[in-house]
Design a protein around this ligand. Structure first.
Ligand code: FE2
Length: 386
């Protein structure tokens, strides 16, 4: 067990056979959101989620058409970007989708090679390789489209010693709320349209060299009313995991369909952020106003000892405490995991967050799907979108 816990820096890190690491990906570099008001979003992420001010570009640094705030918490970097005039194409993204994830940036050793390899395998170009430099050296970036209008940007920073990217300055603030203990991005989930899941599974296999290492069909992921299908893609070293969801036919509207209606197309559904003390992290997040999905019924918590079996021996958390905070528990052969989901963090019911603590388990909480989706359905019913 101790050995498992030492190696959780990237969650599921392991070598996946069958993956072809022709890129290869070293990790997640940053996630960029296009938002209506980056200054206020940045304040929310600092106050509510415990991010620290890190870097900035805007009018004061010579950026005339857009402003970006970079926030950091341990290994996680978020970039919040807002256009400064009506001509910027960033507006079109915000008008159509509302606030949402535009770029999932991936850290590579050679951005041009990653671009050439993926383009030769059928990727659609977003940005041909560009070299940006300042007194700290140079960064090479290149981008390709994935599902919807979402982009994967390859970032090469081996010849750069600056803070973030050329054009950015250090963002110093007098307001520095403490971290809530979030460490790294465990996985990022995409919602795609009806019948498109396998297209994107194939795209990640062929274009990115990923493997599909877990699948859930609508018989496994359903409630009385709604259903979805999900396949989990991983790169070769296991550092990057992208589950892909599509809606499935059922009596009422799937949460994936609700997302697609309000995001007006495919996009990032949730970011799962890892902590090594979920009880402390969630208590902090709640105290700071982050809203989570309502808890499952009492019977869910009564069943935990039975569901965990022998893992109960290693479980340190108090079940009553987990229940008090509405934290969910799941187990597989290798251990258990603790997870909880926020409500959407913008007015459109689109992007939300998962907080996850892995105690050896390498799954995604399949044992919680039913309880989770019933909870989401109760929220959908309030919104009139079930
Ligand atoms: Fe997740």
């Amino acid at each position: 067990m101790a050995k498992e816990l030492e190696s959780v820096e990237y969650g599921l890190e392991k070598i996946f056979e069958g993956a072809q690491d022709f890129l290869p990906l070293l990790g997640t570099d940053y996630v960029e959101f296009y938002v209506g008001n980056a200054k206020q979003s940045a304040h929310y992420y600092k106050t509510a989620f415990g991010y620290q001010s890190y870097a900035y570009k805007g009018l004061e640094t010579g950026s005339r058409d857009q402003v970006s705030y970079v926030l950091k918490q341990d290994k996680i970097k978020l970039v919040l970007t807002t256009p400064l005039n009506s001509q910027s194409p960033i507006n079109d993204h915000i008008v159509k989708h509302g606030d949402g994830v535009k770029v999932i940036a991936l850290w590579v050793d050679d951005a041009k090679k990653a671009y050439d390899e993926t383009i030769s395998r059928g990727a659609k170009s977003y940005m041909a390789p560009e070299v940006e430099s300042d007194e700290y050296g140079e960064i090479v970036r290149a981008g390709i489209y994935t599902y919807g209008e979402t982009v994967h940007m390859f970032v090469e920073r081996k010849n750069y010693t600056g803070l973030f990217l050329p054009g950015f300055v250090e963002w110093k603030s007098d307001y520095n709320p403490e971290s809530v203990g979030l460490k790294y991005i465990d996985h990022m989930v995409g919602n795609v349209g009806w019948g498109e899941m396998d297209t994107w599974v194939k795209w990640y296999e062929e274009v990115m060299g990923f493997v599909n290492f877990l699948s859930f069909d609508d018989k496994q992921i359903h409630t009385e009313y709604s259903a979805l299908m999900s396949k989990v893609m991983s790169n070769g070293n296991g550092r990057i995991k992208f589950p892909i969801n599509e809606p499935a036919e059922a009596a009422k509207k799937s949460q994936i369909e609700e997302y697609l209606d309000f995001y007006e197309g495919p996009g990032v559904q949730h970011l799962a952020l890892a902590t090594d003390d979920i009880v402390a992290t969630v208590a902090q997040l709640k105290a700071r106003g982050v809203e989570f999905l309502p808890p499952p019924p009492q019977s869910y918590y009564d069943m935990i000892p039975e569901r965990l079996g022998s893992h109960m021996d290693i479980m340190k958390e108090d079940i009553a405490k987990l229940q008090e905070l509405s934290i969910l528990v799941d187990a597989d052969e290798e251990g258990y995991l603790l997870q909880i989901f926020t409500k959407p963090v913008e007015d459109r019911p689109t992007l939300f967050y998962e907080i996850i603590q892995r105690m050896g388990a390498k799954g995604f909480g399949a044992g919680n799907f039913k309880a989770l989706f019933e909870s989401i359905e109760r929220e959908q019913a309030k919104r009139g979108t079930l």
